[in-house]
Design a protein around this ligand. Structure first.
Ligand code: AMP
Ligand code: MG
Length: 416
């Protein structure tokens, strides 16, 4: 059995970014840019005003005071989007934010420092030459590299793309992630319960949502019974996917057919099976496809195990395929409230914790029952506290590492 770290290393080493596609800007949020973006013009394209006020010649306002103001005739107006106008000695132009600096002017006096009477502006103080002027190219110059390939696009980057007149951009494709749910006992939504032993699926839709959160395109490829015919048939539906996720059927039980059949039907090379972690020990990983560019994860059926395996192992792979460089959930240090004890320390254990930001730093509280079948424990959790290999006891208040899979506890609330 391999360690968690070794398993993650194998996954990352065997995952390659997908090809590129062109998207419109209105669909680009969160995608990873695959081209360098250069400026098509200077920005601003010409000197313009940062204020509403008057464009003047510094010469004409030099020495102006409250008692002895400069008095200039207003002969023009410069609005954002307007024409280039001119000022001559002893004259001024009305100017508005974004208006071009008139020919002959070199300074803008904000409106608050002036008074207007009979088409004349009175200026009561001297300003430094060049005041309130936003210079041509002050943001960037034509040809400047503005955003490097590899950047995950946020609203700011999309604003820049728009300002350099790029309606479409090249980004990395998002993997199609097929989800096959297995188990004789599993019912899909809406299927009638006929036997006490039947279980309504949770994994299908929790995993579907996790794929969406990770930036993949989830596809439900079906539900299969624990028999060879059905398993083979449903697995063949996976061929159009970049990643196949199966849930259930990867332990040593007699009906656990998945691992053998992905090899047979899809030609998967299994690279590991079983990892020294809890929950999620019986996880399988492999590669398939013409160039072994596709991935297979056999995810255990227990709902909590499935979510933990997804966050720690599947999510980084999906993110890498979609071109991201920061692929892991953040890991923080938090004081474990109440401590934690266990009998054996052979595996790295991920305990469900609820995180809180306090004046003394992060505090993690284990919540409810910790069994890998107890999905309600996940509802309160936003992190997985890591109990390291070899450790059987964490004292109350001792610091542990926590994988944060939901950062929303850091958001502000109305009660703060
Ligand atoms: P398995 O990995 O197939 O041995 O399943 C382990 C446990 O997880 C069993 O108790 C299953 O009933 C349960 N389980 C398997 N698949 C699902 C699912 N899709 N939703 C909820 N529970 C499941
Ligand atoms: Mg099963």
């Amino acid at each position: 059995m391999i360690s968690f770290e070794e398993a993650v290393r194998i996954i990352v080493e065997n995952t390659k970014p997908l090809g590129l596609e062109k998207v419109f800007l209105d669909n680009a949020l969160g995608r990873v840019l695959a081209e360098d973006i250069y400026a098509d013009r200077d920005n601003p394209p010409a000197d313009n005003s940062g204020m509403d006020g008057f464009a003047v010649r510094y010469e004409d306002i030099k020495g102006a005071t409250e008692e002895n103001p400069a008095v200039l005739e207003i002969i023009a107006e410069s609005k954002a989007g307007g024409e280039l106008v001119k000022v001559k000695p002893k004259t001024a132009a009305y100017i508005y934010t974004g208006g071009l600096i008139p020919e002959g002017a070199d300074t803008v006096v904000q409106k608050e420092l002036t008074k207007v009477e009979d088409n004349k502006v009175f200026i009561f103080q001297e300003l430094k030459k060049g005041s309130n002027i936003r210079p041509q190219g002050g943001d960037y110059k034509k040809g400047d590299l503005l955003i490097k390939a590899g950047k995950k696009l946020r609203p700011a980057e999309i604003g820049i793309l728009s300002s350099v007149n790029k309606p479409t951009v090249y980004v990395y494709q998002q993997p199609r992630v097929g989800i096959l749910t297995t188990g004789d006992e599993i019912l899909d939504l809406g299927e009638p319960v006929e036997k006490l032993s039947q279980i309504r699926t949770s994994n299908t839709y929790s995993i579907y949502s996790q794929v969406l959160e990770a930036g993949g395109q989830p596809v439900i490829i079906g539900f299969s019974k624990d028999n060879p015919e059905d398993t083979q048939k449903k697995l063949s539906y996976a061929k159009s996917c970049d990643v196949l996720l199966t849930t259930g059927g990867v332990s040593v039980g007699e009906y656990d057919l998945i691992k053998d059949f992905v090899v047979k039907v899809l030609g998967v090379d299994i690279l590991f099976w079983k990892v020294k972690q809890k929950p999620g020990k019986p996880v399988a990983f492999g590669v398939w496809g013409a160039e072994k560019e596709k991935l297979f994860f056999g995810i255990p059926g227990n709902p909590v195990a499935a979510m933990v395996v997804f966050e720690n192992m599947v999510k980084p792979a999906i993110r890498k395929m979609r071109g991201e460089s920061r692929i892991f959930n953040p890991v923080i240090k938090a004081k474990l409230s109440g401590g934690y004890r266990r009998k054996k320390g052979e595996r790295l254990e991920f305990i469900r914790v609820s995180l809180e930001m306090t004046d003394e730093g992060f505090v993690a509280r284990p919540f409810g029952k910790q069994g890998s079948n107890i999905l309600t424990g996940m509802v309160f959790a936003n992190g997985f506290g890591m109990i390291e290999v070899g450790k059987t006891e964490v004292k109350d208040g001792e610091e542990i590492k926590v994988v944060v899979f939901d950062k929303s506890f850091m958001d502000g609330g109305l009660d703060d």
